[in-house]
Design a protein around this ligand. Structure first.
Ligand SMILES: NC(=O)c1ccc[n+]([C@@H]2O[C@H](COP(=O)([O-])OP(=O)(O)OC[C@H]3O[C@@H](n4cnc5c(N)ncnc54)[C@H](OP(=O)(O)O)[C@@H]3O)[C@@H](O)[C@H]2O)c1
Length: 256
């Protein structure tokens, strides 16, 4: 099958492209570096024409892109697909808890999900928990020598390679009639943030740092502390464990 991967040169996109190619499928990368800009729609229709599916991983963590790329880019993708004689199945990666946290990036992801729910194209939303690298970053926040965390925060991180594989599998499986949601994706182990901090310190050959637990002030931190980033009971669990991922890393961990 021919599958477009938006953001196919990004961290998750690369995992989707590899999984598609391993399965004998054609992966077409759509990102600014390949001449496709989701903010304007440039190059998109040409890319999507004749595609059976499109896995939508393109995004930006820069706050000024949340309206134009996270939400606007998804809208452009849905509108362009809907204008084609045979729209591809759109598979969108979202995040566990976007519907239960007022964090503005999560709000934009939730609005993007809604764009797909309203679009006249086959679409599947797949929510995943934090990737292992991001969990390590979240647990590694420092104020000088002291590790800083939010009291009550737990994370169930997931392997990006497995999420990429599941997205590829969903894209090449039978397409839904309209809008659908896949089960949430999460890794096998749940940690308190402090446990990840200590695991990362041990990996780097350091002793466990002193830890400052901030009270969860404000609606966003309260939501994180209340567990909205944890998967629901019926989530699909899989992929490499955090400790296995960590053991494969060198002394410089990915920055996100
Ligand atoms: N990190 C996590 O823990 C986590 C957890 C769950 C879900 N997710 C989701 O996973 C997705 C991918 O994350 P990631 O870490 O792989 O991101 P990433 O490495 O930053 O990749 C995003 C890609 O999007 C492309 N892009 C940005 N703006 C674009 C535009 N205007 N038009 C076309 N392409 C554009 C970029 O390529 P160019 O520069 O070539 O355009 C970039 O390679 C996001 O949707 C995120 O919400 C992440």
């Amino acid at each position: 099958m021919r599958v477009v991967v938006t953001g196919g040169l990004g961290n998750l996109g690369r995992a989707v492209v590899s999984a598609l190619q391993d399965g004998g499928h054609e992966a077409v990368i759509a990102s600014r570096r390949t001449g496709v800009d989701l903010r304007t729609g440039a190059g998109l229709a040409e890319c999507l024409r004749d595609a059976d599916a499109a896995v939508h991983t393109a995004d930006s963590l820069r706050p000024w892109h949340w309206k134009t790329v996270t939400l606007g880019g998804t809208r452009t993708l849905a509108e362009t697909a809907a204008g084609l004689p045979a729209p591809p199945h759109l598979v969108y990666i979202s995040i566990v808890g976007v519907d239960r946290n007022p964090y503005p990036y999560y709000r934009a992801k939730l609005a993007a999900e809604q764009v797909l729910a309203d679009a006249p194209v086959p679409a599947t939303v797949v929510r995943a928990t934090q990737f292992h690298s991001l969990a390590a970053v979240m647990a590694g926040m420092r104020l000088g020598p002291v590790a800083v965390g939010v009291r009550g925060l737990s994370i169930q991180p997931v392997a990006i390679t497995w999420v990429g594989r599941r997205l590829a599998e969903i894209a090449v499986s039978s397409r839904p009639d309209g809008f659908t949601r896949a089960r949430e994706l999460a890794g096998p182990d749940r940690f308190e943030a402090a446990e990840i901090t200590d695991l990362v310190a041990a990996h780097l050959g350091k002793s466990a740092p002193r830890r400052l637990e901030m009270p969860p002030l404000g609606a966003t931190l309260k939501a994180f502390a209340a567990g909205v980033v944890l998967p629901r009971d019926d989530a699909e669990i899989g992929g490499e464990r955090f400790t296995e991922w960590l053991a494969r890393q060198g002394s410089r961990l990915p920055r996100r």
